[in-house]
Design a protein around this ligand. Sequence first.
Ligand code: DQA
Length: 159
Amino acid sequence: MPSRRSTKVAEAKRLLILNGPNLNLLGRREPDQYGRQTLKEIEDQLRSYAASRGAEIRFVQSNHEGALIDAIQSTIGWADAIVVNPAALTHTSVGLRDAILAANIPTVEVHLSNIYRREEFRHQSLIADVAIGQITGFGAFSYLLGVQAALHLVEKGRS
Ligand code: DQA
């Protein structure tokens, strides 16, 4: 006799992981600053971690501000949370900031390097106060922490 107990399938958790200018060069770009892992290697790790947590990830990297804004807009209605390393646009982009505000999707800002230990112009983030929080300085591990924080937000929001 099949059990009548309902098999409640956990709702999928969906994350957009967004990477800004020059992060496609990770692995060979200033390795002392950003480490030797490529973006592809980082993405592969995040994808399998997310799968172990029942989450699906969409990755977008672009060197163009408008393409990143388009990616945020087109994820409205799909993503439950965003993890973003805006790279240099962290310090300059009102457009990216406004897109995060407009999308109204909980966002975690991540950086490989500790932006507060570097040049003064990197100390200002136009994203920090529209994000739920910021993770900075842990190398590639910042992304994993970012994904964990984002999943925590999604799960907290659903409980
Ligand atoms: C960065 C820090 C930014 O200041 C810089 O422009 C980057 C990478 C980081 O991950 O440490 O491109 O976002």
